[in-house]
Design a binder for this molecule. Structure first.
Ligand code: AMP
Ligand code: MG
Length: 419
């Protein structure tokens, strides 16, 4: 009698043919080229967009020497010991410079941001000054050149202030405005079409019959895509039917830069995504040594990138953050992606078998001593979306890790910055 040889399955700790998380990330990176299309937009609309060109300054900032304090602008050479007196001959306000000469022995009252008179090089804080009519007496140690912001101190003409591929922050919007630009050239937003697959899925508003569930993946995907600043195209639910899938994939790839699907990428009887993609494009099906989220399809349909995410709601989110997020950032031309992991003490014990990289859902919290620590959210099943909802970070456990004792240091990836 022939011997029955079981096939590797999701329940196994490790399969020899599976890719590591970093290998899969590298293969994706190798295939993506950043988009070159760009558009102009107003400063306000440029928030969170990626710069198409470096921005160099047409002016110097500050434009002129100005006072860093409310006080008195003086000649540094008039400083004499810890007490000296000067004659006040005028006042300079921000936006209203003092015009006229300031001779030695004279000073002017000056407000923060007001232009320094050409003759003066030093500002004395008003708190150090005693006023008697037109005469002031300065007390305390003063240094020549103090309390003055010099022209060009922040930015020189021609300085590159923001690099190409930089994702614009509120501070950047202010800086661009301070240089006098009204518009910014940014990379075109990328378009991402997505749909859920599965005969069991119903849309909200429909009634559920036995065995049916509401489609939740399209909502998490929509949220994650929105946070990334792409244009999402929601294509609804597609049945486990070859013709319907073929039509949906063609339609999606014709109108988007990236197509995402969830479900139907494993080895079940109704998992047709693989067959359709082999017909329409070049797509690899990977088993990744990770938990959750083992099956992932990645490739192209014509020039459109394709990610076939698993169906389980937590797996969708984990694979999105680990593979799709960096890919979309790279495609969108965002070059400022930072590593976002930290090491913290984990108060919970964690059970794990060596063999797969695990993304456990964790909660970062502040302990009684004001230190940041992490605990797990408890139940970690890949269908338990609540574990994502109550989490604020992933606890990253390397393939070789075979469990964590309470109060060990772990690597954590906070959701802020990720989502
Ligand atoms: P699949 O990968 O298609 O075998 O799906 C794996 C599991 O995820 C099954 O229990 C599905 O019912 C569930 N699932 C698939 N797609 C969705 C979805 N869009 N929303 C919620 N659950 C889903
Ligand atoms: Mg399915």
């Amino acid at each position: 009698m022939a011997e029955f040889i079981p096939q590797a399955s999701c329940a196994d700790a490790h399969e020899p043919q599976s890719l590591s998380v970093s290998e899969a990330q590298q293969r994706i990176t190798d295939l993506i080229k950043a988009i070159t299309a760009w558009e102009k937009c107003s400063i306000r609309n440029s928030l969170d967009r990626n710069l198409h060109n470096p921005i160099s300054s047409p002016i110097q900032v500050p434009a002129h020497n100005n006072s860093a304090m409310d006080g008195y602008a003086i000649h540094g050479s008039d400083i004499s010991g810890n007490h000296f007196s000067l004659l006040q001959i005028g006042t300079a306000f921000a936006g209203h410079p003092y015009v006229g000469k300031v001779n030695k022995g004279e000073c002017i009252r000056i407000m923060t941001g007001a232009m320094m008179p050409d003759d003066c090089d030093t500002v004395v804080m008003q708190e150090h000054v005693e006023v008697d009519g037109q005469m002031i007496t300065v007390h305390g140690k003063q240094l020549k050149g103090q309390n003055v912001r010099f022209a060009g101190e922040d930015i020189q003409v021609g300085d590159i202030v923001l690099e190409e591929g930089h994702k614009l922050t509120p501070a950047d919007l202010g800086m661009i405005a301070s240089l006098g630009f009204s518009e910014v050239t940014v990379k075109r937003k990328i378009r991402v079409a997505f749909f859920s697959t599965g005969d069991e899925l119903r849309s909200i508003g429909q009634s559920l019959e036995a065995g049916q569930i509401y489609d939740s993946n399209r909502y998490t995907l929509y949220g994650m895509l929105k946070r990334l600043g792409v244009d999402p195209i929601d294509m609804g639910v597609v049945a486990d039917d070859k013709d319907a899938l073929r039509t949906a994939l063609q339609l999606a790839s014709n109108q988007a830069d990236v197509v995402l699907t969830s479900g139907g990428v494993s080895v079940g009887e109704a998992d047709y995504i693989k067959e359709m993609l082999e017909e329409l494009g070049q797509v690899d099906f990977w088993k990744i040594a990770m938990k959750p989220g083992r099956p992932l399809a990645f490739g192209k349909i014509n020039d459109t990138l394709f990610f076939g995410l698993p169906g389980n709601p937590v797996s969708v989110m984990v694979t999105f953050y680990q593979f799709v997020t960096p890919a979309l950032q790279q495609l969108a031309g965002n070059k400022m992606v930072r590593k976002n992991t930290v090491q913290v003490n984990c108060v919970s014990p964690i059970r794990k078998r060596a063999g797969r990289f695990e993304f456990q859902r964790g909660i970062l919290f502040t302990n009684a001593n004001g230190e940041t620590e992490v605990k797990t959210t408890g139940q970690q099943g890949s269908g338990i979306l609540r574990s994502m909802s109550s989490a604020n970070c992933f606890i990253l456990l390397e393939e070789s890790c075979d469990g964590i004792e309470p109060n060990s240091t772990v690597t954590v990836q906070p959701f802020s910055g990720l989502i």
